[in-house]
Unconditional design. Structure first.
Length: 253
């Protein structure tokens, strides 16, 4: 938005939406060059604050992309949007969204770097989504949609905190199975074979090194569910008899 009102009227390409953001932008634009300068600074400042709020939530929960990463991405995309609007002076033919779309694409590459695949489980999808989200928030602030950016930030925190609790509650439903095996075993591939054999669905498979009785072992955790609980019993008996892990336990929550 910013000073695109004149461009919109001359080109007829689009019209500036009416709303509180438009009132704010028109007020500062009416103050002259220093009003536009204040508007640009406000855009960058709010992008930093909104990106920092989401990044702080990620930082507190110990995710790969934390406070500084989200702040820098939001600030960078706000700057890209400001540059798209102010980069070409006058009424030259231009598309302010072209540079912004390139920024969205670039943020997608950064988000992809946060996704980690470990066996059959995938981590970092939510963090990758928040990176893409702060990109959009930064573009909103850079374009002068401050209220929209603030509301989106608020909704994002609600989703990350409140909905995260719902997600963890759903994740606890099912039978948790923990398997201890030798570090040179093929327990993960064997596990998938036997789960498929008894038509047991699974999620959140996680394998890592651990210690048991002074010995280094592989600890594999998986959440499973089946139509009939006895299928899980049969699976565990068969798996224990043929694969022979060091230990296999289950718990239902």
């Amino acid at each position: 938005m910013l000073n695109l009102t004149i461009f919109a009227e001359e080109s007829g390409a689009f019209s500036t939406p009416e709303g509180i953001d438009t009132i704010i932008v028109n007020f500062f634009n009416g103050l002259g060059w220093w009003g536009n300068l204040i508007l640009i600074v406000l855009s960058l400042l709010l992008a930093t604050i909104f990106g920092g709020i989401i990044g702080l939530q990620r930082e507190i929960n110990g995710h790969a992309a934390g406070f500084r990463t989200h702040v820098l991405i939001a600030l960078a995309t706000a700057l890209i949007m400001v540059l798209s609007i102010y980069g070409i002076p006058g009424s030259a033919s231009r598309d302010p969204m072209r540079l912004a779309s390139a920024g969205v694409t670039g943020a997608g590459f950064i988000g992809a770097g946060c996704i980690i695949k470990n066996g059959s489980s995938v981590r970092g999808l939510t963090t990758s989504a928040t990176i893409w989200l702060v990109t959009a928030i930064g573009l909103c602030c850079g374009a002068g949609f401050f209220v929209v950016g603030a509301i989106t930030t608020l909704l994002s925190i609600v989703v990350l905190i409140a909905f995260g609790r719902v997600d963890r509650w759903i994740g606890r439903r099912g039978t948790h199975i923990v398997i201890l095996s030798d570090i040179d075993s093929t327990v993960l591939s064997d596990l998938l074979v036997y789960l498929d054999k008894y038509h047991i669905s699974y999620r959140d498979i996680d394998s890592n090194f651990s210690e048991s009785k002074g010995k280094k072992v592989i600890r594999t955790h998986v959440v499973v569910s089946a139509k009939h609980s006895e299928d899980i019993d049969k699976f565990m008996e068969d798996f224990k008899e043929n694969v022979k892990p060091l230990d296999i336990t289950r718990s239902k929550t």
